[in-house]
Design a protein around this ligand. Structure first.
Ligand SMILES: CC(C)(COP(=O)(O)OP(=O)(O)OC[C@H]1O[C@@H](n2cnc3c(N)ncnc32)[C@H](O)[C@@H]1OP(=O)(O)O)[C@@H](O)C(=O)NCCC(=O)NCCS
Length: 129
């Protein structure tokens, strides 16, 4: 694997957990977390290959800790495997307290993307210099 291409495509998104994205337990709604994870994974895959990428599968997602309202989250996408026409992106969500340095991992998951051509058919992933 081209580690430089992987390092360059690592993608980070920060969000404030405001009430519109929480459930009735006052924690981040799981569906919202998954949508954000798919988005950061998609951006990671696209920045890695600079090709049209579609999500073909999401592997196991582990919600290890609830994410309270009023915290900051950081989502990090990292390419973990490159196949022929597909690649996998590992996504982690970290919780950061707003008013202290406390930071802990809350969610992990993996998403698989396929590069497609203009006919929406799988095409080889580009290895960029
Ligand atoms: C993605 C898509 C083009 C793949 O077409 P396909 O004919 O199934 O592709 P193939 O069987 O040739 O597989 C292509 C690659 O995907 C991988 N793949 C296919 N299905 C997979 C799955 N469920 N999980 C993991 N990898 C999968 C294959 O292993 C192969 O990888 P490789 O080339 O690196 O070895 C097609 O399934 C599709 O259009 N799906 C809908 C995508 C979509 O709408 N996503 C949501 C919006 S972005």
């Amino acid at each position: 694997m081209n580690t430089e291409q992987i390092d360059r495509s690592v993608t980070r998104i920060f969000k404030a957990v405001f009430p519109e994205s929480t459930n009735h337990y006052d924690t981040l709604f799981g569906g919202t977390a998954m949508a954000l994870m798919d988005e950061v994974a998609f951006i990671t895959a696209t920045r890695f290959s600079r090709q049209k990428m579609v999500t073909v599968s999401s592997d196991r997602i582990d919600f290890k800790k609830p994410i309270p309202a009023g915290t900051i989250i950081e989502l990090i996408g990292t390419v973990s495997h490159v196949g022929n026409t597909s690649l996998k992106v590992q996504v982690e969500i970290f919780i950061e307290q707003m008013y202290s340095q406390l930071r802990e991992k809350a969610v992990t998951g993996e998403f698989t993307f396929v590069a497609i051509d203009e006919n929406k058919k799988p095409v080889a992933i580009q290895r960029l210099p």
